[in-house]
Structures are given as C-alpha cells and as structure tokens.
Design a protein. Structure first.
Length: 72
C-alpha cells in the first residue's frame, strides 16, 4: 500500500525533527487520509531550503513503513 503526499517543510522545521524535539511527520495524503511516519525517513531529501516535493509513502500490510520515494 502507498499514499501520495505533497510536502513543504522548511529547513528550520526539519531541524526540529533532526534534533529530536519531534520524531514523526504528520501529513495528509492526496486522498484525504492522515499519515504519520518517522522524520528520519526524509533525510535523503533534505536540501538547504528544507524538503519540498511529492512523495510516495509505502507501508506493508501491518502499516509498517517500508520506504519513502520522491516522485517530483
């Protein structure tokens, strides 16, 4: 199963997750469902401006995160 989310996270916002004051990202998927996943899973996509783009969040049948993939 996967959900598509559009994310715009500033560098300062992501820094809070990176420093451990927040551990999960809470987002709304394009189909309206809320999804929570570990902030560290976005680390490969952090730029100087933060994180911006469309992502596919993949889960197994037990809703365990499998991978995060940037689509654009």
């Amino acid at each position: 199963m996967h959900l598509i989310v559009d994310l715009v996270i500033t560098r300062d916002e992501y820094l809070r997750w990176y420093q451990g004051t927040a551990k999960a990202i809470l987002a709304q998927s394009r189909d309206g469902r809320k999804v929570s996943f570990p902030a560290h899973s976005l680390q490969p996509y952090v730029s100087h401006n933060g994180i911006r783009g469309t992502f596919a969040i993949y889960f197994d049948e037990n809703n365990k995160l499998q991978k995060v993939e940037k689509l654009r």
